[in-house]
Design a protein. Sequence first.
Length: 317
Amino acid sequence: MNHGHQTNGPQTIGHNHPETFDEVIARGFPHGHLDSLRKANESRVRGVTAPKFTRAATAPVVTRKDANGTFTPVEQTAYKNAVVQLVEEGKYQELVGHHMDMSHNMHGSMGEVGLYRFLGWHRRYLVEFERELQRVDKILRPAATEKLGIPYWRWQDPFPAWLNGFLPSPDPSNGSSPPPRKNAAPPDKANATDIDIILNQFAIQDTGLAGENDYTKFTYGLEGWGLRPDGSSLPAHNHGHAWVGGIMNNTSVSPTDPVFWLHHAEVDRLWQIWRQTHPTPGPLLTGADRIMDPWSESYDGLLDISVLGYAYDSMTI
Ligand SMILES: [Cu+2]
């Protein structure tokens, strides 16, 4: 296995950063050790590798569909074949590498800035993957009339059975095959009541952060730091990672599991649903923290998803 990418690529934040989502959930939001996590973020290299979004007004917008519903068996096969192709090219592992580079500061487990960057960063990340998916799908299915989009996995629904046993990429950190998924509690994954709390009762979340706004409370719950009204942990994004288990439970290399993109498409869809009624405000980010490195776009350039080239076929919970 070639470990070359480790010499100049991913930076780790150090042993302070939890390795698994089980640990992330157990620790809770890191109010207590923000200073120790801040140092790695100072060395971030920003926005040098990607051009700005340019998209012809006439280019078709891809429709992201329900992995357990509207995403057809033909599309399920196309998705799997495209992922296998990306793995064979090494492109898939390269994409996982972006997530292994903790200097991008894109999770609340890294602190306050990470909390604010979580949604924008992962939206841009999914667009990068979706472009690659479409590039290889066009080669594999030249006659297809509709572009392939990332399906979304509604958390209240079962694990998409068509992905059972499908783990074609090696773990890029060590070259080994990923362990099997767990697909079971604990922790619970979000149910319909939890999702209603995330979207419609976000104001009950107490983030303990200075100057918090509605966006902060919402993303705090959606990422997985919130509480149910009875004071127990509110299952959301973090819990889905831990519920799937296997390599999805790893905070660094979780995109090795192809369900990662479906899980994050649901994060992105729920954000988009929330934005319909809460168009402002955004995250409390300033300066370079607003740039979703390693890409050049700022948070503000990622709000109109039609410009990013996709839409969801359902905008209801
Ligand atoms: Cu995630």
